[in-house]
Design a protein around this ligand. Sequence first.
Ligand code: IPE
Ligand code: IPE
Ligand code: MG
Ligand code: MG
Ligand code: MG
Length: 324
Amino acid sequence: MISINQLKDVINEYLLKNQYSSAVKQLNKPIDYTIAQKPKRMRPLLCFMAANLNNNDYLEALPVAAAIEYFHNFTLLHDDIMDNADLRRNKPTAFKQFGLNSAILSGDFMMINAYQYLEELPDAAQLKCFKALNYAAAKVCEGQQLDINFETTTAVSEKKYLEMIAFKTAALIAASLKMGAIVANLHQNDTENLYQFGWQLGIAFQLLDDVLDVYGDTKKFGKKLAGDIVQNKKTYLLIKALELSQPTDKAELLNWFTKSDANEAEKIEAVIKLYNKVNIEAITRQKAKDYTEAAFSYLNNISAKLSGINYIKNYANQLLNRLT
Ligand code: IPE
Ligand code: IPE
Ligand code: MG
Ligand code: MG
Ligand code: MG
């Protein structure tokens, strides 16, 4: 079977053709910059893996895989503006590099490009894929708005947090698998199970993103250390730490997360100390593991060849142990 790296090469080569680029050069610059970065490509990879489950030709899924990756990168351009992030994939974020207006507009253009890729699909798959992407896209907006609302909300429950990350992150990952399944014309039941798998995996993925934000190796992770702490993001780390800390530590945590003008280094150091006291990294990693296991239970319901299912499981386990 083709390796994950080979699959990645296929998607990278296709994306770099940038076939919907504009004659207005300035519009393309942030897009070329973003697409040339060759990050994980997990969503197109999952799309391919779903499309390939019954030994179908994954190449059929190329336009859909490209659509998803363009859409994802569009969300990142806008997310970095909303999160005031200056580093992504070890490079200045698009809005830092090209300015706010360029990042907004080129982000919009990438989103439109995503839909243009879907125009290439055969009729039988096209409308279904449009619907799947539209549903996910609306969820991403809802999740992103909740994420912002929570910056200024102190009492965010675990339930609310899990809903927020499901919307902002899991919905698109689930849609990636679903769209791969649609293109390969998989049975409805298999498509639904792949979708549910992606939803649970997406929650695990965002839990780990939250862990890596604080405990990752900045050079490998490629984002600024503890940006979530600086921005008062309500992550699982914070919500659990508030639950597990002694009253005085809890009060101190709450105090840090209501400040917007704190000294960054001081705040990060103090918060990490409080996180460590209640072992928050291990607890959050375990939670991500639980969601990955829950995700796997959906794969067991799929009537595809074991080799295809194991390929997906193997990749999901890699994501669980990722550093980037
Ligand atoms: C980042 O997604 C945004 C989140 C949903 C956490 P990725 O971690 O997939 O970003 P890239 O595309 O690999 O850089
Ligand atoms: C991002 O969540 C979700 C979307 C981009 C929709 P984050 O804000 O945690 O992602 P990163 O950490 O900036 O990649
Ligand atoms: Mg962000
Ligand atoms: Mg964000
Ligand atoms: Mg993050």
